[in-house]
Design a protein around this ligand. Structure first.
Ligand code: ASP
Length: 601
């Protein structure tokens, strides 16, 4: 496991180095820079000559200086040094003349940081370690420096050592030393760099930062509120740069992108983060196909070279088809087991509950065919399916959930349905423009956001049957996860006003800046946002999006390392004209404000 993903980490990073070769490499890399394949110089500007993980037999005889953390020590003879690039064996000198070097290397606690200088030598015959990329060589040390010692750690820095996630998050800076976290964050950085390259260098996009202090906007997710020094006035953190990117189109910046931080105050939700990152894109004079081709090219270009290449164009499916065949708007198309309508088979049935279902308006009988189900599924599996169906009775999405649950059960019994190496992309299109409001089904709300343009063939229905209007929204789905979404926007101020005021009953004053901008020659435009955290999570196969974010929040939205959010003394709240009104049952909490902190478990 370790060597497998370590070699993945090294691919694309390893470089032949050493002081002399640096010079050669300097001019070589300048030339390579002309192509897009520049090899990074991993040891420029710093005390080391090489990284721990890069040394091979080709470096034999070279004088090197390495900096790293002490991973292991064996019998005061060998020391294994680690940096982000890998491990290397260092031979501790035993002769009297090197007593001070020996003392440093033998006495420094594990995970102390040391700098060693010496010669790359080959390991004695029979002592090579084929599991270690640097296993043919070792370093004969001449000098050593203890750069910093390490106190007793809350957990060992070894990937195989089990630790709770709460502990990992509390000591995130230590968790980041693990190879897995290093791999995830470095892969993320490489993919984002390729995306920038594709968008800016190959397609002329402009990287523009938009404000994160904004105001409340209608519709969409709940926003975080930021107090201001003006009594009763608040900023909000934007749930996305949606309005700004549209305004940039009005401003003539017709190809915008941003690696944008977004904020949504949605409470505790599994595998969601209150702050997350989007690759946010907007273009003028574009249609749906244009945006889709751009994104297909972007993913193809930035896809890691050690994965199967991305095949384009991605297939597409209408929202209606997705719901009918997969019971969800984000179908996992890596396997079949589609939902089929078998109402006709039962039209004349005498079976009571089926008759009952079919007699209702739009009542149907649907089934999922599980080939070999009888062979693989046990009685207790059928029981758990029955329970899931009962728990979600009357939700339409129940069939989609059953399909996925069946797949999980079959795979738990040994059948492989979803190839772990397969990345199955899908566009879902033709969503409804509006949905009935959950709390008041007589009223409408936007299925996505209120700036989404109606489908051109349904515009005439806006005034008569708005519920029937499809939108020009598109979602990108990967292996059953929504990884992006966007739309062609409304650029006509009148239409936007009508949708906001008449159909959605929103206060248009809140959006007067946008409506005015649309009136001043707004070009037709559209865009999309890719959820970067989720995308990287799927690419790396990480169990959670928290594993691809350097400093994520816990399930309850807390930073377990710094204990944010934290309380403020009343005098610090005064300039904001804010007073905390403590709920009646929170006396204990109030008095614990100055108590030592206990992490969530
Ligand atoms: N702003 C939208 C979102 O965050 C994406 C878009 O429509 O471009 O979901």
């Amino acid at each position: 496991m370790f060597s497998c993903w370590l070699s993945r980490l090294c691919r694309g990073l390893s470089t032949p180095t050493g002081r002399v070769t640096h010079l050669i490499q300097g001019s070589l890399s300048r030339r390579l820079m002309l192509s897009s394949q520049r090899i990074p110089e991993l040891s420029s500007f710093v005390a080391r000559t090489n990284t721990c993980g890069e040394l091979r037999s080709s470096h034999l005889g070279q004088e090197v200086t390495l900096c790293g953390w002490i991973q292991y020590r064996r019998q005061n003879i060998f020391l294994v040094l680690r940096d982000f690039h890998g491990l290397v064996q260092v031979v501790i000198p035993q002769d009297e003349s090197a007593a001070s070097v020996k003392k440093i290397l033998c006495e420094a606690p594990m995970e102390s940081v040391v700098q060693v200088s010496g010669t790359v030598i080959s390991r004695p015959p029979g002592q090579e370690n084929p599991k270690m990329p640097t296993g043919e060589i070792e370093i004969k040390v001449k000098s050593a420096q203890l750069l910093n010692t390490c106190k007793k750690l809350p957990f060992e820095i070894k990937d195989f050592v089990k630790k709770t996630e709460a502990l990992r998050l509390q000591y995130r800076y230590l968790d980041l030393r693990s190879f897995q976290m290093q791999y995830n964050l470095r892969l993320r950085s490489r993919m984002v760099m390729k995306m920038r390259e594709y968008l800016c260098n190959l397609h002329g996009f402009v990287d523009i930062e938009t404000p994160t202090l904004f105001k409340r906007t209608p519709g969409g997710a709940k926003e975080f509120v930021i107090p201001s020094r003006e009594p009763g006035k608040f900023y909000c953190l934007p749930q996305s740069p949606q309005q700004f990117k549209q305004l940039l189109m009005v401003g003539g910046l017709d190809r915008y992108f941003q690696v944008a931080r977004c904020y949504r105050d949605e409470g505790s939700r599994p595998d969601r983060q209150p702050e997350f990152t989007q690759i946010d894109i907007e273009m003028s004079f574009v249609d749906q196909i244009g945006i889709r081709s751009l994104i297909e090219g972007l993913l193809q270009y930035s896809w890691p070279s050690d994965k199967d290449p991305v095949v384009v164009p991605f297939p597409s499916m209408t929202f209606a088809e997705a719901l009918a065949s997969y019971g969800t708007d984000k179908p996992d198309t890596r396997f079949g087991m589609k939902i089929v309508d078998i109402s006709d088979v039962f039209r004349n049935t005498k079976v009571g509950f089926l008759q009952d279902a079919l007699s209702k308006p739009q009542g149907t009988v649907k089934a999922i065919c599980i080939s070999e189900g009888a062979k693989y599924l046990k009685r207790k599996d059928i029981e758990s399916l029955r329970k899931l169906a009962a728990d979600h009775f009357n939700q339409c999405s129940v069939l989609g959930k059953l399909r996925l649950e069946c797949a999980d059960l079959l795979e738990a019994r040994g059948l492989v349905l979803r190839d772990p190496a397969l990345f199955s992309f899908l566009w879902v299109v033709d969503f409804p423009l509006f949905l009935p409001k959950e709390e008041n089904p007589g009223e409408l709300e936007s299925a996505h956001h209120p700036f989404t343009a109606p489908h051109p063939s349904d515009i005439h229905l806006l005034h008569t049957e708005p519920k029937q209007v499809r939108s020009q929204h598109y979602d990108l789905v990967l292996n059953g996860n929504e990884i992006g979404g966007g739309s062609i926007r409304i650029h006509d101020a009148e239409l936007q006003r009508y949708i906001l005021a008449t159909l959605l009953k929103e206060d248009v004053k809140l959006l007067s800046h946008l409506l005015q901008a649309l009136d001043f020659g707004a070009p037709p435009h559209g865009g999309i946002a890719l959820g970067l955290d989720r995308l990287i999570c799927l690419v790396t196969g990480a169990p959670s999006i928290r594993d691809v974010i350097a400093f994520p929040k816990s399930f309850r939205g807390h930073d377990l390392m710094s204990n944010a959010p934290d309380s403020l003394p009343p005098e610090e709240l005064k300039p904001y004209h804010i007073q905390v009104s403590w709920p009646a049952d929170s006396e204990a909490e109030k008095s614990s404000l100055n108590q030592p902190y206990h992490p969530e478990s």
